[in-house]
Design a protein around this ligand. Structure first.
Ligand code: TYM
Length: 445
C-alpha cells in the first residue's frame, strides 16, 4: 500500500514528471518507490543498499528496545526515508535540465511539449482598440510566417490592457475581436497556440516573482513608462504601468521562449526580460531560457501618417495618421492621400531628412515585398506615391477583412478555439511556474 499517511501529499511520479519529465527512469510509481525504499538502488543514489540495511537494522533494534512501536513501523520509516531520497534524486536531476523534453517519454498530456530542437516562439498583443497596420507589419505578419517551422504561442494580453481604465465589458469584447483578427491574418489554430492571458493564471503568478526580481530603478527607467506617465499629468497613473514589464517577462519566460517576434518599440521590454531571467538563474540556478527579440526587416516601426516622427499607434492624437486593419478601402486611400510629407518633390529614401516620404516608402516596401530603395524607383511626385501606397495596402488588407467578417460571425467557435489554446498554454506554463517555485525552494501545498 502506498504510504499516503506520511505527509508527502500528491504522488511522487506526478511531481517528478512535471519537474523533469525527460527521464523516464526516474518516473517510478509510488508503489515502486516504496519497494525501492527497502530494496532498490538508483544510479547516483547517495544512500546505497548497504547504508539502508544499516539504517533498517538500527530501527529494528530501536523497535526491540521499545523506542518505536513495532518492527512494521520501523520498516515503514526506512521506506519513507528512502522515498524522500528518490524524490531528491528526481528533483536534482530535473533542475539540471534547462528544458523539459516531454517528447522523449511516451505518456504525456496532449499536446506534447516541444522538443528542445524546435524553436519556441512567443509573442503577444494587447486588446486595446483596433489592430492597426503597424501591428500587422511589425508583429502579426511575422507571427504567421514562422508558424509551420516553429512551435508558436501567441497571447491576447487582456491583463496588460487593464493599465488603461475602461468600462466593464470593453476589454472582453476587444479580446474576442482580436482573436478573430489573429486567425484572419493567417494564424492556424491547428499549429499555433492562441490564448487569452487571463485564462492562464500562471501569468499573474509568475509576474509576482518577476516583480521581486526586477528593481524599482530598472522599471522606472523604461522608455514606455516615462512616455506614458508624462502624457498623464494630473491623471490616475496605475502602479501596473510601472510593473508592466514584469508581467511581460512572465509572459515570455513561462514558455521557455527562444524567440520573441516584436516591433522595434518592444525591444527594451525583451531586454529587461533577459536581465530578469539571468538574475533569477544566477540566484536560484538554471530555470529560465534566455529569449531573444526578433525584429522584422521590413515594417519594424511603421510611422504615424500625420506625424512621421512618431510610431503609428492606437493612442495617437489624430485618427487619420493610423491605418486600421478594418478601415474601408476609401478610408485607407484617403488617409494616405492626406499623409504628411515635406515641401520638396523628390522621392528619396532618407529617414532623417525626409521622414514622411521615407515612411510611405517603408509601407509600400512592406506591402509589396521590396526594399524602400527599390520601392522609390520611378516616382517623381508625392501624389502618385501616396495613391500607389494606399492601393497596395487596400489590396493587402481586403482578403484579411473578408476572413475577419466570417470569423467574427461565429463567436462560439472563437471561444472554443481560445479554450483549446488556453489548455495547451497551461500545460507548458504550469511546468515552468512549478520549476521556478522549486528553484526558489517554496514548499508545495
Ligand atoms: P502592442 O499591443 O502595443 O503591440 C503588439 C505588437 O505590435 C507591434 N507594433 C508595431 N510594430 C511596428 N510599427 C508600429 N507602429 C507598431 N505598433 C505596435 C509591437 O511591437 C508588438 O510586437 N507590451 C506589448 C504586448 C506584450 C508582449 C508580451 C509582446 C505583452 N506581453 C510578451 C511580446 C511578448 C505591447 O504593448 O504590444
Amino acid at each position: 500500500m502506498a504510504p499516503r499517511g506520511v505527509g508527502l501529499g500528491d504522488p511522487l511520479p506526478a511531481r517528478a514528471s512535471r519537474l523533469g519529465g525527460g527521464d523516464c527512469a526516474l518516473q517510478v510509481g509510488l508503489g515502486d518507490a516504496y519497494s525501492l525504499g527497502v530494496l532498490g538502488r538508483l544510479p547516483g543514489d547517495p544512500f546505497g543498499l548497504v547504508a539502508f540495511s544499516l539504517l533498517a537494522a538500527l530501527l529494528v533494534r530501536l523497535a526491540l528496545l521499545g523506542l518505536v512501536q513495532s518492527i512494521a513501523e520501523a520498516c515503514h520509516r526506512v521506506a519513507v526515508v528512502r522515498l524522500l531520497s528518490v524524490a531528491m534524486l528526481a528533483r536534482r536531476h530535473a533542475s539540471s535540465l534547462a528544458r523539459v523534453d516531454a517528447n522523449s517519454c511516451g505518456s504525456r498530456p496532449d499536446p506534447p511539449l516541444a522538443s528542445p530542437t524546435v524553436t519556441r516562439v512567443l509573442s503577444c498583443i494587447q486588446p486595446t482598440g483596433e489592430v492597426h497596420l503597424g501591428n500587422y507589419f511589425g508583429a502579426l505578419r511575422p507571427w504567421v510566417e514562422g508558424q509551420h517551422e516553429k512551435d508558436v504561442f501567441h497571447g491576447i494580453v487582456d491583463l496588460h490592457a487593464l493599465t488603461v481604465i475602461e468600462k466593464p465589458g470593453v476589454v472582453g469584447e476587444a479580446t474576442i475581436n482580436l482573436a478573430a483578427m489573429l486567425f484572419a491574418v493567417g494564424l492556424d489554430p491547428e499549429v499555433a497556440t492562441v490564448f487569452v492571458q487571463s485564462h492562464v493564471r500562471e501569468h499573474s503568478q509568475l509576474a509576482w516573482i518577476m516583480e521581486c526580481t526586477v528593481s524599482y530603478g530598472e522599471l522606472s527607467r523604461m522608455t514606455q513608462f516615462k512616455d506614458k506617465t508624462s502624457k498623464r499629468h494630473g491623471q490616475f497613473i496605475s502602479a501596473g504601468l510601472l510593473t508592466y514589464p514584469a508581467l511581460q517577462a512572465a509572459d515570455i519566460l513561462l514558455y521557455d521562449t527562444d524567440e520573441v517576434p516584436v516591433g522595434d518599440d518592444q525591444r527594451q521590454h525583451v531586454e529587461i526580460t533577459r536581465d530578469i531571467a539571468e538574475r533569477f538563474n544566477f540566484r536560484f540556478g538554471d530555470t529560465f531560457v534566455i529569449p531573444a527579440a526578433v525584429i522584422p526587416r521590413a515594417g519594424a516601426r511603421v510611422m504615424d501618417l500625420q506625424d512621421p516622427t512618431s510610431k503609428m499607434s492606437k493612442s495617437a492624437d489624430t485618427e487619420s495618421g493610423c491605418v486600421m486593419m478594418l478601415d474601408s478601402p476609401d478610408e485607407i486611400v484617403k488617409k494616405f492621400k492626406r499623409a504628411v510629407t515635406d515641401s520638396e518633390s523628390e522621392v528619396r529614401y532618407d529617414v532623417a531628412a525626409k521622414p514622411g516620404v521615407s515612411s510611405l516608402l517603408d509601407i509600400l516596401a512592406a506591402a509589396t515585398g521590396r526594399t524602400p530603395q527599390e520601392a522609390a524607383v520611378g516616382y517623381e511626385q508625392y501624389g502618385r506615391l501616396k495613391q500607389d501606397t494606399g492601393e497596395a495596402v487596400v489590396a493587402l488588407l481586403e482578403p484579411i477583412q473578408t476572413r475577419y467578417r466570417d470569423l467574427i460571425a461565429d463567436k462560439g467557435e472563437l471561444a472554443r478555439l481560445l479554450q483549446i489554446g488556453a489548455g495547451r498554454a497551461r500545460s507548458v506554463a504550469s511546468v515552468t511556474l512549478q520549476r521556478a517555485y522549486d528553484a526558489i525552494g517554496l514548499i508545495r501545498p
